[in-house]
Design a protein around this ligand. Structure first.
Ligand SMILES: *Cc1c(COP(=O)(O)O)cnc(C)c1O
Length: 407
């Protein structure tokens, strides 16, 4: 197909392609347990708005005389609501809706770099690969820190790494609340203790929390088992993803940060009459609207109930797996993620799962039916009990591993 032979939108060939795409997506959805997208957000009834052009160029809470078709007020409300849920100080908060968690983390670390100058980023080896990528893009050195047996940051190793770094470098620590492969939680209080232990001054550090997957699933976990992950625990900035636990159908994220941790702001006015404070220029107006609708639909009680239901499904999945002879299947107590031995390639072709070395996982997100999990366990156990016909090709293994990180 070339541009001058493009068929009209209503042409049968076009409709045929779209119908084929629909079938393909429906099939893909049927065996989708590997990637952490909730499926219970119901946006029917708002379809007219998807046809309305929206552009949130500018910054939520700042004056604009830009494009009038925007959702900046709703975006401001989203930031305030998420800030409340993660206990950000009422008099020291700012933030925005981004294209995803990567952009949110980049914005937070960009501010920290501009504020401190010489900095070094630390994150565990289980942190999302975007942390190393962002450090590279910002030309900031990055030190990966080892993890313990369950995927949580090794705090003593963090202290040691900081003690061994160049004098004058301000540590920017990215803690992960829900790591990509096993959904482990780094403890923000212990991160601060690790910094105290090597005499890092309280005003010469920044702790960002990457809570992309599960931040809003943790807010009402009872004290005692609630991971220390939010602003009351010492976070300076925190991101969540909109397309994971909230189930927004378009990739997006929310960044909340202490206003006082923003770097020097360039307040040069653009053609919209507002300062250009964002990583990108034109920004989605639909994403904040969808996140706002998700928060309206679920409410605080709904977020907690969905989290509980997902955990119950994950607990059930683990039990089914063990009953089926997969005795090494395990999960963290609060996780939606169930960690499993890596299945054979033929099984992965049918049930796509992220893999990392010898392990794989499923994620029991809100909206994923138990029957789907049941079917998965049955087929998975059958595949694992078959004698393996050939050893895994190590080169192929490396390639698969790279694919796995993409979510
Ligand atoms: C998904 C995820 C990311 C990346 O988010 P994008 O929205 O794809 O940029 C980063 N960190 C964690 C922990 C994640 O789960």
């Amino acid at each position: 197909m070339t541009a001058d032979t493009l068929p009209a939108l209503g042409a049968p060939a076009t409709r045929g392609r779209v119908d084929a795409l629909r079938r393909q997506l429906r099939d893909a959805g049927r065996r989708s347990l590997g990637f952490p997208n909730a499926t219970d957000l119901d946006l029917r009834g708002f379809a007219d708005l998807w046809r309305t052009p929206l552009n949130n160029v500018g910054y939520p809470g700042e004056a604009t005389r830009g494009f009038r078709s925007h959702t900046l007020e709703l975006e401001y409300e989203v930031v305030q609501t998420v800030a409340d849920l993660v206990r950000a100080p009422a008099d020291d908060r700012t933030g925005l809706v981004t294209s995803g968690s990567t952009e949110a983390i980049k914005q937070a670390l960009l501010h920290a770099r501009d504020r401190f100058g010489a900095v070094r980023v630390y994150a565990s080896t289980a942190a999302h690969t975007c942390i190393a990528k962002i450090a590279h893009q910002l030309r900031v050195p990055f030190t990966p820190v080892p993890i313990d047996n369950h995927g949580e940051l090794d705090y003593a190793a963090l202290s040691a790494a900081i003690a061994g770094s160049a004098p004058g470098e301000v540590p920017l620590v990215v803690a992960t609340a829900g790591t990509t492969m096993v959904e482990a939680y780094d403890n923000v209080r212990l991160v601060h203790a690790a910094l105290d232990a090597v005499d890092v001054p309280a005003d010469k550090r920044h702790v960002h929390v990457d809570a992309a997957l599960a931040g809003l699933a943790l807010i009402d976990v009872p004290d005692g088992i609630r991971p220390a992950f939010d602003f009351a625990d010492g976070a300076d900035s925190l991101n969540i993803s909109g397309h994971k636990f909230l189930g927004v159908p378009q990739p997006c994220g929310v960044l909340v940060m202490r206003d006082s941790t923003r770097g020097p702001l360039d307040r040069t006015l653009t053609y919209t009459g507002s300062a250009d404070l964002t990583v990108t220029g034109s920004r989605s107006g639909h994403a904040p609207l969808m996140v706002w609708l998700a928060l309206q639909q679920f409410g605080r009680a709904g977020l907690a109930a969905r989290a509980d239901a997902s955990r119950a499904t994950a607990r059930q999945a683990t039990q089914w797996l063990r009953e089926a002879g997969i005795t090494t299947a395990w999960r963290h107590d609060l996780a939606f993620t169930v960690v499993l031995p890596r299945p054979p390639a033929a099984f992965l072709a049918r049930w796509p799962l992220p893999v990392d070395g010898d392990t794989a996982h499923i994620v029991c997100m809100p909206g994923k039916p138990r029957e789907l999990v049941r079917d998965f366990v049955t087929e998975y156990a059958a595949a694992m009990h078959q004698p393996r016909s050939r050893a895994l090709d190590p080169a192929q293994r490396g390639a698969d591993q790279k694919d796995a990180i993409a979510c």
